[in-house]
Structures are given as C-alpha cells and as structure tokens.
Design a protein around this ligand. Structure first.
Ligand SMILES: O=C(O)c1ccccc1N[C@@H]1O[C@H](COP(=O)(O)O)[C@@H](O)[C@H]1O
Length: 208
C-alpha cells in the first residue's frame, strides 16, 4: 500500500525544491500569522515565484479562522490547488476545493462529511493553537474514522515523525500523512525543513 505525503508549513525555496525533487505529493503554505510557519501573502507569493511546484505536487493553503475574502484572494494569487481551513467550528472551503479538517475525536456515529463534499478529510489532534504542535491524535479512533468515512480519502496528521510514520500507517491505514513538526529538526524556528526527515517519511509512505 502506497501512502501519500504532505509536507506542511514550507517557508524556504530550498525546502520547496527538495519536496519537488523527492516526489512529495503535496506541500502546505501556512498563511496564518499565529504560526511559526506562517507567511504573509506577499512572502508566499515571493516563495512561489522562486520555486513553482511542478505538476503533480499539490499546493495547499492553510488558514486559521480566515474570512472568505482572504481565502479567495490567496487561492487566486497563489493558484492554490486546495484550501485547508482550521477553525473553532467545522469549516468548508468557501466554494473552493478543500480539505475537511477534523480536530480531536468527535463521536464516530456523528462523523459525516460536510456539504459541499471535501476533496479529502484530514484527521488531526485538537491542540491549543489550532495545529502544528507535534501532538498525535488517537490512532484507534482514527482507524475507525477511516473506515467510517470511506470512500472519502482520509489523511492522518498530528505528531507524525520519521520514527512513528510506519506504525501510524499500519494502525490507521490512511490514504496520506500530513506532517509539519516531523519534517523539521528540533529547534527549527521558522519551519525550516530537514531533507533527511522528508526522505525517511517518504520511505515509510512507500513501504521501503
Ligand atoms: O503547522 C502549523 O503551525 C499549523 C498551525 C495552525 C493550523 C494548522 C497547522 N498545521 C497543520 O497541523 C498538522 C499537524 O502538525 P504537526 O505535524 O503535528 O506539527 C500539519 O500537518 C498541518 O496540516
């Protein structure tokens, strides 16, 4: 089983280029000023002018409690493939293709994809600060959520690292992994990525 990989919170051209070169499936550009990985729209535009993701490398914009206008503008300026909107409430994509973020472990019996239908679901830990804290969610619950939401594609986020990625895949059976902290060396201050960590995550995703 081959699992996809999204590297989230890319801030530097060399990291974006490494993702493209290594065959990562998706990259996230974080547009929330509250994140240490956050870029202004102008900085994100400059990054993408330097390195444009090649066809096949999906570009995802990450937002926290945004207005519809902010999301639409960023999607247009950056030519985003998908938007990922994190909020206090369940948020859809303001009319754009979107990742449905499920934070924490809501009751499985009530877990239903919202309308309009998302491109996929993303299961993440409910952490203070909305995300990107390197904390795992409940993998037992996540495995059941993958089954419950089928045939919707479900990706796993939250505290995935090169060391636990293979086990996460084995236990949860997600279609993809979404990783921010686990692609960085300890102490990375602005989301600087570590090529070796990305290589190890890809190896786990490919079952090497
Ligand atoms: O990465 C962030 O700083 C962030 C901030 C606000 C919302 C979402 C954020 N990132 C998302 O959180 C997951 C899990 O991160 P981690 O691997 O546990 O550090 C990440 O994949 C992003 O999609």
């Amino acid at each position: 089983m081959s699992v996809k990989l999204k590297v989230c919170g890319v801030t530097r051209p060399q990291d974006l280029a490494a993702c493209a070169e290594l065959g990562v499936d998706a990259v996230g550009i974080n547009l929330w000023s509250g994140s240490r990985r956050g870029l202004t729209l102008a900085a994100a535009e400059a990054l993408l002018a330097e390195v444009r993701p090649p066809p096949g490398l999906e570009l995802v914009g990450v937002f926290v409690e945004p207005t519809a206008e902010e999301v639409r503008r960023a999607a247009e300026v950056l030519q985003l493939d998908l938007v990922q909107i994190v909020g206090a409430q369940e948020v859809t994509g303001f009319g754009l293709p979107y990742l449905w973020v499920v934070r924490g472990t809501p009751a499985l019996a009530e877990l239903r994809a919202p309308t309009p239908r998302p491109a996929r679901a993303l299961l993440d830990a409910a952490v203070p600060g909305y995300g990107g804290a390197g904390q795992t969610t409940d993998w037992g619950w996540a495995a059941a959520a993958v089954q419950r939401l089928a045939p919707l594609e479900v990706w796993l986020a939250g505290g995935i690292t090169p060391a636990n990625a293979a086990l996460a895949i084995q236990q949860v059976r997600p279609a993809g992994l979404d990783v921010a902290s686990g692609t960085e060396l300890p102490g990375a201050r602005r989301g600087e990525k570590d090529r070796a960590a990305i290589e190890r995550l890809l190896a786990a995703c490919r079952g090497d």
